[in-house]
Design a binder for this molecule. Sequence first.
Ligand SMILES: *Cc1c(COP(=O)(O)O)cnc(C)c1O
Length: 433
Amino acid sequence: MVMQIEPLIELEKRHLWHPFTAMQAWCDEAHEPLLMVEGRGCKLRDQHGREYLDGNSSIWTNVHGHRHPVIDAAIAAQLQKVAHTSFLGLTHEPAIRLAEQLCALFEGGELSRVFYSDNGSTAIESAVRMALQYWQQNGHPEKQVLLAFDQAYHGDTLGAASLGGIPLFKGSGNDFGYEVITVREMAEIAALGDDVTRRIAGAIIEPLIQGAAGMRIWPKGMLKELRAWCTERDVFLILDEVMTGFGRTGKMFACQNEDVVPDFIALAKGLTGGYLPMAATLTTERVFEGFLGAGKTFFYGHSYTGSQLGCAAALASLQVFRDEAVLESLPNKMEVLSDVLGQLSALPNVIHARQCGMIGAVDLVAQKDPAIGFPPEALTGAKVCQAARKFGLLTRPVRDTLVLMPPLCVTEAELRQMAEALAQAITEVCRGS
Ligand SMILES: *Cc1c(COP(=O)(O)O)cnc(C)c1O
């Protein structure tokens, strides 16, 4: 069947409202949105049959490529049994097997309990609520404050957004029911007085690299320092590995680069290989035990908690990690990424090439030395990513930061093609300015 494109797009503009999207420009008659039709591996195809490389893993979600046969088959097999059953008062094998395997990914066994939810924001909210409730009912009612970092991004629901350090994503208010202290770096934490630290329930961080802030990489060793600080004061360390989890940083989890074990870890985007909306919050036996007994129950959950399909996809994704020795394949790819980032930074309008495992980024500037940025209202990063589509690459900027974060199955040739497309787009857009 040939897709009737024009009537579809008319319907789209009449009925849809997109996330993080200026809808007036979107609905403009001259704008023809891309309709994604199919994908395979790192490639996606649009309504006109044009092919693109998925340069940001469909916004940081896809891990092993699109239509991976093992994950496809696992979901199809699960559908032969049942798609979804409630996790309230019932359980099922895929959820049990997945919990066991997730815990086993952390060597010491400290993270022994898995709480499922639907997305990164709810995985964070689960952790924050658990941390706050834990202290309330376990002898430390004064511990009510969360410590978070400037420029942090932990999701868009009100509770998760209140931890954020990026004003744009916080909305009109920032008082969502609990107190948040925002700090910029370890030195500021060390300077906090006892009167403040005794009230801190947990510290939350995107380990190694802040994503939505524009791929800001933390100093080496910082996570370990934060862990030590938390341990000393009996403050929970909550890691947001929604973006960094499942191989992005070169290890299965970012915290494993610094041998850190948190009290909570939030996993989402890559959990199902990027197939289905599902999240998990892992925590320790200590926290779990703090919820045992009369009146201590964790009254929280979502309709699709422990989705059978999601669990089946996640189990298959972990299977692919093992069968294809995915983590072992990364060092070579990281070298290629480093090489192409170096080439990009040789361009006249590019500075600050940086890399954390399989995550690469560069910044656009009007002038290199001394560095002068483009005016924010010029939307240069967005224009470059728009232009990159012509050269066969899909990715999204964070302001004037350009991101390359391909599925882990990316080949050397595809990585080089992605960088080449980006280079052509940068040259085209920046030449005129
Ligand atoms: C994407 C993201 C979230 C939010 O996840 P959603 O599934 O979009 O709710 C939270 N934290 C980090 C670090 C993220 O990158």
